[in-house]
Design a protein around this ligand. Structure first.
Ligand code: R5P
Length: 299
């Protein structure tokens, strides 16, 4: 079997507890504190040698401390000579910097994934990574859970809905959701100015007049993308505008921006659900548990 360890954030702990309960796994205590200068301290209390450790770390924004904590935890675990280390990262941060857009930039997701591997992670389980192909920077076993079809079916959207991707990069997501609903899909052409961050949307031939639409995206951060796309769809007389995302990052101001142009927002709980009165959250932890069950049967 395996044991579960989690970082100190409340949300990491609550996901770890949910997984431990569902899979009947033992939680290993971790002591975490901060030194007066702000540096982090962790100690894996009562760790055992030769175990399969499942580390649950929520790295939602602000993510820097969680990343450092994970680095320290992995180093502490290496002292117990683990048989296997599986990292469960419901949200993989830094994933949007997945290529060099401007000369001199890092490929941030590559830096992170290589660090995890170097520190002993054998297997990474994440949910809807921004760029699935960038996961190949992790030189180990990677499982990318894609929950949007499951979410769309659970909500029960009808096949009359028009599924929209806010950019060309997300077409595959919109298509998969549309297929699951037996509906049609389309996309909007969005560009982001790499220097200013400004979002430019170029409407294409798209006729949502009188139709219920579902905008599907992996991440909502500032809400700028969704707000702009929803505004255009409203201008073109869509009858109802739904938005569904996996990672709703809880960035200040995003909700107001989106609510101005949309009727319904759905998100998963990879990020702590903070607005249950405005966002319909869908629990995707059972999907993580199913994946872990398959792995535990194998190793
Ligand atoms: C970008 O490629 C992503 O898929 C999202 O569209 C983007 O990260 C959303 O960011 P924001 O909410 O700040 O517009």
């Amino acid at each position: 079997m395996a044991v579960i360890v989690s970082g100190s954030r409340d949300y990491s702990r609550s996901i770890a507890r949910a997984i431990a309960l569902r899979l009947n796994l033992k939680l290993v205590d971790v002591l975490s504190k901060r030194f007066p200068d702000g540096e982090l301290y962790v100690r894996v209390v009562n760790g055992l040698e030769d175990e399969h450790y499942i580390i649950v770390q929520s790295m939602e924004p602000p993510s820097s401390n969680s990343i450092i904590e994970l680095i320290l935890l992995l180093d502490a675990l290496s002292e117990f000579k683990p048989r296997e280390v599986t990292l469960v990262a419901p949200y993989l941060p830094y994933a949007r910097q997945d290529k060099v857009f401007l000369r001199g930039e890092p490929i941030s997701v590559r830096a992170l994934l290589k660090t995890f591997k170097t520190l002993g992670v054998n297997r990474l389980i994440t949910v809807e990574a921004h760029s699935p192909t960038a996961l190949s920077y992790f030189p180990g076993d990677v499982i990318n859970i894609r929950p949007l079809e499951y979410m769309a079916k659970l909500v029960g959207f009808s096949s009359d809905i028009l599924v929209i991707s806010p950019d060309i990069g997300g077409i595959d997501r919109a298509r998969r959701v549309a297929e699951a609903l037996n509906a049609r899909s389309d996309y909007i052409v969005k560009r982001r100015d790499r220097v200013t961050g400004e979002i430019l949307v170029e409407p294409r031939e798209l006729d949502p007049r009188g139709l219920e639409v579902l905008i599907v995206d992996d991440i909502i951060s500032t809400g700028g993308t969704i707000a702009e796309v929803a505004r255009i769809l409203r201008e073109k007389d869509a009858s109802k505008i739904n938005v569904m995302t996996v990672h709703y990052l809880n960035i200040e101001g995003a909700l107001e921006r989106i609510l101005k142009f949309t009727d319904r927002i759905i998100a998963s709980n990879t990020i702590q659900p903070l607005y249950p009165d405005k966002i319909e959250y869908i629990d995707v932890i059972p999907l993580i548990c199913d994946t872990l069950t398959t792995i535990l049967e194998r190793v």
